[in-house]
Design a binder for this molecule. Structure first.
Ligand SMILES: C[S@@+](CC[C@H](N)C(=O)[O-])C[C@H]1O[C@@H](n2cnc3c(N)ncnc32)[C@H](O)[C@@H]1O
Length: 160
């Protein structure tokens, strides 16, 4: 039988975290944000011990995508007010934590691995944040093809 639209597009998905972020951030206010924010905080991603074989060969990659859950987000809004602009934007044009599916995506630099612990730089997650997946970061977008949307406009307005 052909599945209905809502069954194919909106099944109830369930994920089990593969691990957790260990960072020095216990309060969102401590995480750098807004124009010129530097994301060079170090931390650890601790995977569940039974998943260790899945990390084989990861040391060869300088950077990783970390897919995680905004587990302490406060609801969701379709309009976001990013700290890097004084104008609102649609949530899907931003990295707001208040989104319909509270999923975060961070590119981190892999500094070292010890068993199931990945020591990384570029953490912007609270301590205890659940991690859903890790993938090698490979950018294939040439710089001249990149457009940065409203961010370019906001930067122009800020710097005149
Ligand atoms: C602007 S979001 C960007 C996160 C990620 N780089 C992304 O693009 O999806 C980063 C902010 O999320 C918030 N945050 C971090 N960890 C969180 C968590 N576990 N639950 C809710 N909010 C969190 C902090 O305020 C942090 O400054």
């Amino acid at each position: 039988m052909v599945k209905g639209h809502s069954e194919t597009l909106m099944p109830n998905l369930q994920f089990t975290p593969i691990g957790v972020v260990r960072s020095s951030f216990t309060d969102t206010a401590a995480i750098p944000k807004g124009p010129g924010a530097k994301h060079d905080a170090e931390g650890t991603i601790e995977l569940r011990p039974e998943l260790e074989a899945g990390l084989t060969d990861i040391e060869g990659f300088s950077h990783l995508y970390v897919i995680w859950v905004f587990d302490r987000a406060d609801g969701s809004e379709l309009t976001a007010y990013p700290p890097s602009d004084d104008r609102p934007h649609g949530v899907f044009s931003t990295r707001s934590p208040q989104r319909p599916n509270p999923i975060g995506l961070t590119v981190v630099e892999l500094l070292a691995r010890s068993g199931t612990r990945l020591h990384v730089r570029g953490i912007d997650m609270l301590d205890g944040t659940p991690v859903l997946d890790i993938k090698p970061y490979l950018s294939s977008v040439p710089p001249d093809k990149m457009r940065r949307g409203w961010l370019e406009d906001a930067e122009r307005r800020r710097h005149g």
